[in-house]
Ligand binder design. Sequence first.
Ligand SMILES: C[S@@+](CC[C@H](N)C(=O)[O-])C[C@H]1O[C@@H](n2cnc3c(N)ncnc32)[C@H](O)[C@@H]1O
Length: 256
Amino acid sequence: MRNYRIYAGVFCFALLLGVSALRTFGTPQNQKPSVKPQKPPYITREEHDPDGIGVFYMGREIAQVMGHQAADWLDRPEREAEEAPSLLIRALKLKPGMAVADIGAGSGYLSFPMAKLVAPSGKVYAVEIQQEMLDIIAQRGKEKKISNVVSVLGTISDPKLEKNSIDLIIMVDVYHEFDHPWEMTTAMVRSLKPGGRLVFVEYRREDPNVPIKLVHKMSVEQVRKEMSIHPLKWVKTLTLLPRQHIIIFEKPAATN
Ligand SMILES: C[S@@+](CC[C@H](N)C(=O)[O-])C[C@H]1O[C@@H](n2cnc3c(N)ncnc32)[C@H](O)[C@@H]1O
């Protein structure tokens, strides 16, 4: 009887240890979380980077949104030499018929070459919060005679995409500007088809030689940390571009 009590006590202690370890270390990234992800807090600080908005999320300051007045910078002729966007597009392995969402599409610099690859039946949804950027895209679509780029006016917390409708979401130099990264990611995951990919292209924060303002750069560690609380599986990180990393996640087949 006494032995039985000791065994029961040891068992309860081990059970308690296990539960508290799970709470402390969370769910490994490649497993489906068993609980609904909790939204981390947005913390406002008086002292902050002049290029940030003074709001911090999971240890990172959110950057100011790039205004439409700087659209010319996105289209600069030297961009191919500096960032190799054609290499990026090739790495995405787009196929005719795919539904692609270019979130934070800007002037459509990447939307139009991607639209050619998914044509004739596929579409690129160019999502923006600045109507002025969508006006540039509409004008460019007419000039280029490309009709499968669909403009979508999103909000700072909702890309306004249909549930389970998108094969690939790409954000090139965008995610770090999201005012509401948790809400945007939750909505993006919802809009992906099971097996769909979520692709981050961010300037490498790990590399001091990348000539971009600090809050507009993100490390692989930070991106993976922020995605670890969403029902996503990390697939791979590519370092083939001169200044940015390409970080690819997938929506597991069993999620909605
Ligand atoms: C630096 S630009 C990048 C444009 C484009 N991806 C490119 O590489 O040419 C970032 C864009 O993201 C947009 N943006 C910021 N937050 C957004 C959000 N929550 N939803 C959609 N677009 C957003 C901004 O309006 C801006 O045009």
